[in-house]
Design a protein around this ligand. Structure first.
Ligand SMILES: [Zn+2]
Ligand SMILES: [Zn+2]
Length: 419
C-alpha cells in the first residue's frame, strides 16, 4: 500500500516552490527596509504557552491544536500561530532589558486541526511581524503599511483595509456590561452560539455571521463610542497616520478580537476575491499579552499573513520568477560527454546555472530537455567541436547563434547573460 501525505498537508513542488521562495524573499526585503529582524522559534512549544497566549475558550485551543505527550511525558503542541512563541522568546531571553522596541518578523509553518478546504490546510504557512515594547500608535500604522507594501510588491492591488479599536482594560469592561445588557434584552432572537457568548465572551457575538444575529448586531452599542480618552486619542492617531501615508481604510465597529489582552487597534486587510470572511492579513495590539505570559507590562502589536491565501490571490498573475537555467550542454558521444561534464563544472564554478542530459539521449531529445528546463542558452559538443576547440552557443529565446572558443566558454556566457 502506498503512503500519502497526511490529510490537510501538501507538498510544495517545483515550479511552485520558486513562487514560495519569491514570496519569502520579498517579505524579507520589505522587512529589511523597515528594520524588522528575523526571529526563528521552535516548531513546537509547551502546550501551556498557547493555552495562556491564545486563550482557553478559543476554537484554536479547544479544538484545533496538535497536542501530544512526548516521551518524557511533557505536553507539547505544534505551534498554531506565531505571536505567543515570539513573546515567550522575548521574555525568556530578557530582551525587555535591551533597547526597545524590538521589531521582529517570522515566516514558517503553523499547524491547526481544521477541516481542509481551499486555502486552508492543517499545515499552513504564515509570515508575520511583531513589535514589542512600544505603545506608539504610529507603530500600528507602520506594520499596516509594511504589510501593504508586501502585497503591492508581489503584484496585488485589489484589497482594502478595515480598522477598529477594541479599547483597553479601563474602558472595555464597562462597554462589555453595556453590550451584555443590550444582547440580554434581545436574547430570544439570537442564535444558540450567541446566546452562550453573551455570558462567556459578548464581544464575539459581534463576530457572528448568522443573518438574524447580524440584524441585532447592527444596532448594538459601538465600542468606538465608549472608549476612554487615551484610547480615543490613540485611535485618532492611528487614523491620522493612515491618512498621512494615504492609506484608505474603513472603520468597522464590529471588527473585534475576543480576548482580554487584545487592546486598541484591530485591523484586517481583505480582498473581495477571498470571500467575505477571509482576510489576507490581520492583526492588532496586544498590550495585555506579555503580562499574561510573562508578568511584565509591555505593549505589543503585530500581524500574521497566510501565504496559502496569498497564493490563491496570485494565481494566474505573472510573477518575476526565474525558474530556468542559464545554459544546457548537449553532448554527442562518450568523449564529448566527458568533456561536457568538465565544462558543466567550469560554468557552475563561475556562478552560471548549468545542466546536461544524463540519459545518453539523442541530440533532438536533449534539445527538448533544454527547452523543458527553460534554458536560456544551449551549446552542442561533438567530436568536431572538441577537435576545433570551437562551438556554437544558441540563444533559445531569440534563436541567435554565437561562435565561442571553448576555453573561454564561461566568460562568453557571463558576458551574454549580463547584456
Ligand atoms: Zn481605554
Ligand atoms: Zn449568532
Amino acid at each position: 500500500m502506498t503512503i500519502n501525505a497526511p490529510r490537510g498537508t501538501n507538498d510544495i513542488l517545483p515550479p511552485d516552490s520558486f513562487k514560495w521562495q519569491y514570496l519569502e524573499e520579498k517579505a524579507k526585503e520589505i522587512c529589511r527596509k523597515y528594520n524588522y529582524k528575523e526571529i526563528r522559534t521552535p516548531i513546537f512549544e509547551s502546550t501551556d504557552l498557547f493555552i495562556r497566549g491564545i486563550g482557553e475558550s478559543t476554537d484554536i485551543v479547544e479544538k484545533e491544536m496538535y497536542t501530544f505527550k512526548d516521551k518524557g511525558g511533557r505536553s507539547i503542541t505544534l505551534r498554531p500561530e506565531g505571536t505567543a512563541p515570539v513573546v515567550r522568546s522575548f521574555i525568556e531571553n530578557k530582551l525587555y532589558g535591551k533597547a526597545l522596541p524590538f521589531k521582529f518578523f517570522y515566516s514558517g509553518p503553523m499547524f491547526r486541526y481544521e477541516r481542509p478546504q481551499a486555502g486552508r490546510y492543517r499545515q499552513f504557512h504564515q509570515f508575520g511581524v511583531e513589535v514589542l515594547g512600544s505603545d506608539n500608535p504610529l507603530v500600528d500604522v507602520e506594520i499596516i503599511k509594511l504589510g501593504i507594501d508586501f502585497l503591492k510588491e508581489v503584484g496585488l492591488s485589489d484589497f482594502f483595509v478595515e480598522i477598529n479599536s477594541v479599547g483597553c482594560k479601563e474602558c472595555r469592561p464597562p462597554y462589555l456590561e453595556k453590550l451584555k445588557n443590550y444582547f440580554s434584552e434581545v436574547n430570544q432572537e439570537l442564535c444558540g452560539d450567541c446566546k452562550r457568548r453573551i455570558e462567556t465572551n459578548p464581544l464575539r457575538v459581534l463576530d457572528c455571521k448568522v443573518e438574524s444575529c447580524q440584524e441585532i448586531i447592527k444596532d448594538a452599542p459601538k465600542i468606538t463610542d465608549n472608549l476612554c480618552d487615551k484610547c480615543k486619542d490613540d485611535f485618532e492617531k492611528v487614523k491620522n497616520g493612515l491618512n498621512t501615508l494615504k492609506i484608505e481604510y474603513r472603520e468597522v465597529p464590529t471588527l473585534v478580537r475576543g480576548l482580554d489582552y487584545y487592546t486598541n487597534t484591530a485591523f484586517e486587510i481583505k480582498s473581495d476575491e477571498l470571500g467575505s470572511q477571509d482576510a489576507i492579513f490581520a492583526g492588532g495590539r496586544y498590550n495585555g499579552l506579555i503580562e499574561e505570559i510573562g508578568d511584565r507590562d509591555i505593549p505589543g502589536v503585530g500581524f500574521a499573513l497566510g501565504l496559502e491565501r496569498l497564493e490563491i490571490l496570485l494565481e494566474g498573475k505573472e510573477l518575476d520568477i526565474e525558474s530556468g537555467i542559464d545554459i544546457y550542454i548537449v553532448t554527442i558521444g562518450e568523449s564529448a560527454e566527458r568533456e561536457g561534464f568538465k565544462y558543466l563544472n567550469q560554468l557552475r564554478e563561475s556562478g552560471i546555472s548549468a545542466d546536461k542530459d544524463y540519459f545518453g539521449r539523442s541530440v533532438k531529445s536533449q534539445m527538448k530537455d533544454a527547452d523543458r528546463k527553460n534554458s536560456n542558452y544551449t551549446i552542442i559538443l561533438g567530436n568536431e567541436e572538441l577537435e576545433s576547440g570551437q562551438a556554437t552557443l544558441r540563444n533559445m529565446k531569440s534563436g541567435e547563434e554565437f561562435s565561442v572558443v571553448l576555453s573561454e566558454l564561461s566568460e562568453k556566457v557571463s558576458d551574454l547573460l549580463d547584456n
